[in-house]
Design a protein around this ligand. Structure first.
Ligand code: ADP
Length: 485
């Protein structure tokens, strides 16, 4: 049986993006098509989205969607079916999707995303003629209220539609004061810990986790970690209580965009069988970053420079990295103090450390294509993409053992080396000592050329395409709908 799924996301690659959510929402429809699942993506009508949509058909309208006028536009982006919520009072403004140009969160975010969720529940409930859905898949806090409206305030005419919520990062929860509750259009009975109430306020992500039929997150290890106080960020009790409904499904990568054999950003293309060709990319990087030319290991970083990513600790390990013969080429931006620490390290070690502050898509490809090892010492990492790009490019990941990093990198311990399955290096909880040791292990392994080459080729042969994840989401949908076919 073909399934029709409404995917509710506030970002989608090609339309609007601030992080990994956009990549997932953008790639899942293609992966699911192969599973007999037809996905329609529902997204807010930010100016950038409306501009890309061009001329679109209005298929529904609301005179008062939580008090505001709105239209539903239907269109396409490539092969992707889109429904867009055109509600100028909520979304027609300059700035980012969640904050103004100065980075201050919009004060009415609760209203914007409650209305978005209310509209999604109406659509899923059959409000739009000719469009019926078998299941709703909500992403992150911005769509967190969808399961709440479906379960606690369904349209009178609607039939029950199962809901899934995916948590892309537990750190962002959409938490608002109790005063907004009466304006959400929910019955008074929803104000309970079994409904939308959370620590005395309204929790959008919490509501979704409470009322969805299944909760997914983006790696099996993160699905386990969020049961603890350290990673659960206040919602660990809820995850524990609903643990039989929690699933960890890894994100995939876009193999068309990230393929060293065809990548147009690289000086030289290569495959696992022609690794020697990578040398030209390394030489190009040395030149681009003003680094000494030598045959020692070249470490890279492509990252937001934040506490989550462990970049404060890495900045303190750089003298050690250089002391044992390493060099570093770094691309990133973020926390001002961390940026300054990297800039200072580059000044201390000319020719050994090169730093580019900013965001540069092409350079991120060149770094993966020419670096020997990518450093990812994250304190938490729901899935992570850069280690997957590193694996695909023969740029050996050196990672902390957390979240998706734990699930995708096989540590080069003696047992894994003996059977030839290692793909990278893992360290325990991020600390100066653990990271210094991981860097030392990387340099030792790099100097054992045969072993290093094996790490590279193992990683390049691993399959992290969307196929497996698409199949896992498809199976979950069918299980929830009760259709095993
Ligand atoms: P997160 O979403 O937490 O930042 P991920 O590893 O899941 O971390 O995804 C980060 C994405 O952003 C990757 O595609 C990575 O290549 C890209 N990226 C991060 N920083 C930069 C940068 N400064 N320039 C270019 N791309 C970057």
């Amino acid at each position: 049986m073909r399934l029709k799924v409404l995917s509710v996301a506030s970002e989608a690659a090609g339309l609007v993006k601030t992080g990994g959510l956009a990549d997932v929402a953008g790639a899942l429809p293609g992966a699911l098509a192969a599973q007999g699942v037809e996905v329609t993506t529902f997204i807010p009508g930010y100016p950038a989205v409306l501009a890309k949509l061009g001329k679109a058909k209005a298929v529904h309208k609301w005179d008062a969607l939580l008090g505001t006028r709105a239209r539903l536009l239907a269109g396409k982006l490539g092969a992707q079916s889109l429904l867009v919520l055109d509600a100028p009072a909520l979304f027609a403004r300059e700035g980012g999707p969640y904050a103004d140009a100065a980075g201050r969160d919009w004060e009415d975010n609760w209203h914007r995303f409650a209305a978005f969720a209310r509209a999604a529940a109406d659509i899923a409930g059959g409000a739009v003629k000719g469009r019926a859905f078998d299941l709703v898949h909500a992403h992150d806090w911005q769509a967190g209220m969808v399961p709440a409206y479906l379960k606690l305030a369904p349209l009178a005419s609607s039939r029950p539609v199962p809901g899934v919520i995916t948590i892309h990062n537990m750190a962002f929860q959409g938490y608002y004061p109790a005063e907004v509750f009466p304006q959400l259009g929910l019955p008074a009975s929803a104000w309970t810990v079994d409904g939308v109430e959370s620590y005395g306020g309204v929790g959008f992500l919490k509501a979704g986790m409470q009322l969805a039929d299944a909760i997914t997150t983006v790696s099996p290890t993160y699905a386990g970690e969020i049961r603890s106080v350290e990673f659960g960020m206040g919602l660990e009790g809820l995850i524990l209580a609903r643990s039989n409904r929690v699933h960890g499904i890894l994100n995939g990568i876009d193999n068309a965009e990230w393929n060293p054999a065809t990548d147009p950003h690289l000086a030289a293309n290569y495959t696992a069988g022609k690794l020697a060709a990578r040398a030209a990319n390394k030489r190009a990087l040395e030149h681009e970053f003003g680094l000494d030319r030598d045959d020692g290991p070249l470490f890279i970083v492509v990252s937001r420079l934040t506490w989550q990513k462990g970049m404060d600790v890495l900045a303190e390990v750089l003298d050690h990295l250089v002391g044992i013969g390493g060099r570093l080429a770094m691309l990133g931006s973020g926390d001002g103090e961390i940026e300054a620490a990297f800039v200072a390290a580059a000044a201390r070690h000319p020719g050994r450390i090169g730093v580019r502050l900013g965001y540069d898509e092409g350079l991120s490809h060149r770094l993966q294509g020419g670096g020997d090892a990518i450093l990812i010492p994250s304190r938490f990492e729901p899935c992570g993409l850069t280690q997957l790009y590193g694996l695909a490019y023969g740029c050996v990941p050196v990672v902390s053992r957390t979240g998706g990093l734990a699930d995708t990198v096989i540590d080069a311990n003696p047992a894994a080396l003996a059977v030839g399955v290692a793909t990278g290096i893992q360290m325990n909880a991020v600390s100066h000592g653990a990271l210094a040791m991981a860097v030392s292990r990387a340099v030792d392994l790099y100097n054992r050329r045969g072993a290093w080459k094996r790490l590279q080729t193992n990683g390049m042969k691993a399959d992290f395409s969307w196929a497996a994840s698409g199949a896992a989401y498809g199976a979950l949908y069918r299980q929830l709908i009760g259709d095993q076919g």
